[in-house]
Ligand binder design. Structure first.
Ligand code: HEM
Length: 251
């Protein structure tokens, strides 16, 4: 091991021994198996996995990490989305010009907008692939059927996030896409008209539609997705990580 790594690891270890280090790192040293377990369950990222997990469950081909990839893409959408919010006003008079200014005058504006757009496309793909992988793994069978249902709702929320984001540039493509989409919603049996009115906030796509889609896109749907994802990951941990017997055929 090169001198640099050795020095940096001892520097980190020495920092972990300080009062501040102890306050930040709940388990400073990892010497005994118990230290390592403590280090595991007190680590924000690692604690999603139980201390002991079957090697199979963390192998790539078990899930192709598609769920984790979906989480990372969602993270990139949040970060790039917050940057875009600084330069965007959800009003018909300003929305289109804001996007033009973002593309031409704001530093990194066009790049961040493309990151946001491509993360959205890739997230829909990753979630669909994740669902297919979970289906072929039979992860809809007991005791995972509840998590499967949560997953289906997550898919719907992911698609709604893309649909609501579609209107925000307020260009021709956005306007007509949402007109068609809201017309489709009117065909929902019994409640169609109400749904369409709720979406549009009036008889046609207008300023209140833009505001509603904006609030849905930046606040309501991301919060719903985060809450569902917490249940989804908790159930995955409870259903799978702690009980892998079913995959070895000895149910
Ligand atoms: C925003 C969308 C979603 C995200 C971020 C997400 C994330 C995750 C993650 C991180 C896992 C852990 C294993 C892995 O990495 O694959 C997982 C497991 C699971 N996901 Fe998703 N998921 C999403 C949508 C879905 C959908 C649409 C379905 C199916 C309809 C689904 C069904 C499942 C099931 C059944 C498990 C548990 C498998 C087990 O217990 O072994 N998920 N999900």
């Amino acid at each position: 091991m090169s001198a640099n790594v050795e020095t940096s690891s001892t520097v980190v270890d020495r920092f972990k021994d300080t009062t501040v280090g102890k306050a930040i790192f709940r388990s400073p040293r990892r010497v005994t198996p118990r230290d390592r377990a403590a280090g595991h369950w007190s680590n924000f990222f690692l604690h999603i996995y139980p201390v002991k997990v079957k090697r199979k469950a963390i192998e790539f081909r078990y899930s192709y990490y598609l769920g984790i990839i979906s989480v990372v893409l969602f993270g990139s959408l949040i970060v790039s989305g917050i940057y875009l919010m600084f330069f965007y006003v959800p009003s018909p008079g300003q929305a289109y010009t804001n996007i033009q200014t973002l593309q031409t005058d704001v530093s990194l504006g066009q790049y961040i907008r493309n990151v946001h757009r491509w993360s959205a496309h890739l997230m829909v793909l990753a979630v669909a692939a994740h669902m297919a992988k979970m289906f072929y793994r039979g992860a809809y069978k007991a005791p995972r059927e509840f998590n499967w249902i949560i997953g289906v709702i997550l898919l719907v929320v992911t698609l709604l996030l893309s649909f609501t984001g579609y209107l925000l540039p307020w260009d021709q493509l956005a306007y007509w896409a949402v007109t068609v989409g809201s017309e489709m919603s009117a065909y929902v049996p019994f409640v169609g008209d109400r749904v369409q009115e709720l979406l549009l906030g009036g008889p046609i796509v207008g300023s209140s539609t833009l505001l509603r889609f904006y609030v849905l896109h930046v606040a309501v749907l991301p919060s719903v997705l985060v809450m569902l994802l917490m249940i989804h990951l908790w159930r995955w941990r409870k259903d799978s990580m702690l009980d892998m017997a079913w995959e070895d055929g000895n149910e």
